[in-house]
Ligand binder design. Structure first.
Ligand code: IPE
Ligand code: IPE
Ligand code: MG
Ligand code: MG
Ligand code: MG
Length: 334
């Protein structure tokens, strides 16, 4: 009977999962000695952020009939890993701002960012040690596969900065690796903890992957067109770093010869004051139609995620929760 009651227990709202997750995070993260190792960890994790991935893990566990509290360690592992990847990403992208505050390597230094990041990666694995048997084995297997894919995606992202023949297909495969697979894994880990069957696990993974691709496209859009007052990151950072984003690649595809030359020239220079470079690149994105195209692409991947969602064998109120989550992601400004 208990098991049965557990299965029909009511779902929480996204906001409730977030509150429960943050309470758990705050009770778990402590700063030990040496402070120079642990303080940056508490700093970055304390800066907040949207907490999307851990919320998805908790939600997924309950969608497949497990109490969310069983998924808290996995949710925290995912969020700690995500923050580790951001600390190292900000070094690689030379980013000064994260969540409206100084990045770790700016506030401390690069060595601190490297080692605190390493320690976070390790502590993500330690959190998974709280699971036993088959569940533990499956979680570790998925987590390690994903972590390696994130490295592959991040390396492609960097390699693309200095290449001038990147295709949109290559870009899409790069963002699938650096971003989408972690969103997918956050959901599948919840399903693993709930012992959902493999078919359902794969479907929820695919949902997360498509949503994650839409999410990174939106991130690229906001990087250029977000509001500096609320975005929390340096607006135009991708343009400064010559990132071969969808906006850039689509703009090249849609532009005439003169526009194409101008855009390629902009992505070959590194001016001391980048404000003109940013302004001109954004104008080109707009004038050749890439800005509209990216919106369409974000909607298309979100739609693809929703179509896969329909084939899941879960109650309609649970599908609705995931649907609303996806719709809110599309509307986000940060
Ligand atoms: C930022 O992720 C890195 C990307 C994959 C785009 P989020 O936008 O989820 O960052 P926070 O955690 O909410 O700050
Ligand atoms: C980051 O992509 C993906 C990972 C951290 C793995 P971005 O470089 O676009 O993320 P932001 O914009 O700095 O958050
Ligand atoms: Mg990056
Ligand atoms: Mg970055
Ligand atoms: Mg970005």
């Amino acid at each position: 009977l208990d098991v049965f009651l557990g299965k029909i227990a009511r779902m929480h709202s996204v906001e409730e999962y977030r509150v429960k997750f943050i309470a758990y995070l705050e009770s778990t993260i402590t700063t030990k000695e040496p402070k120079t190792l642990y303080e940056p960890i508490a700093y970055i994790l304390g800066l907040g952020g949207k907490r999307l991935r851990p919320v998805l893990t908790l939600m997924s566990a309950e969608i497949f009939g497990q109490d969310h509290s069983e998924a808290l360690d996995a949710a925290l592992a995912i969020e700690v890993f995500h923050n580790f990847s951001l600390v190292h990403d900000d070094i690689m992208d030379d980013a000064p701002l994260r969540r409206g505050k100084s990045t770790v390597h700016e506030k401390w230094d690069i060595n601190t960012g490297i080692l605190s990041g390493d320690a976070m990666l390790i502590s993500a694995y330690q959190l998974l040690e709280n699971y036993k048997g088959e569940t533990f084995r499956k979680l570790i297997h998925l987590f390690s596969k994903t972590a390696m894919e994130v490295c592959v995606g991040q390396q492609h992202d960097i390699d693309f900065e200095t290449r001038d023949d990147v295709t949109i297909a290559e870009y899409l495969s790069m963002i699938e690796c650096k971003t989408a697979v972690l969103v997918a894994t956050a959901l599948q880990m919840g399903a693993i903890i709930a012992e959902a069957n493999e078919e359902e696990q794969n479907k929820i993974y695919e949902f997360g992957k498509n949503l994650g691709i839409a999410f990174q496209l939106q991130d690229d859009y906001l990087d250029a067109f977000g509001d500096p007052k609320t975005f929390g990151k340096r607006v135009g950072g991708d343009i400064i770093e010559n990132k071969k984003t969808f906006l850039y690649l689509k703009a090249l595809e849609l532009s005439d010869k003169a526009q194409k030359n101008e855009l390629q020239h902009l992505y070959a220079i590194s001016p001391k004051d980048p404000s003109d470079k940013i302004k001109l690149a954004k104008n080109l994105f707009g004038s050749c139609g890439a800005t509209e195209k990216i919106q369409g692409e974000i909607e298309a991947y979100t739609q693809r995620a929703f179509e896969g969602l329909q084939t899941l064998k879960i109650a309609s109120d649970k599908k609705e929760l995931l649907l609303q989550f996806g719709k809110n992601l599309m509307r986000r400004k940060v």
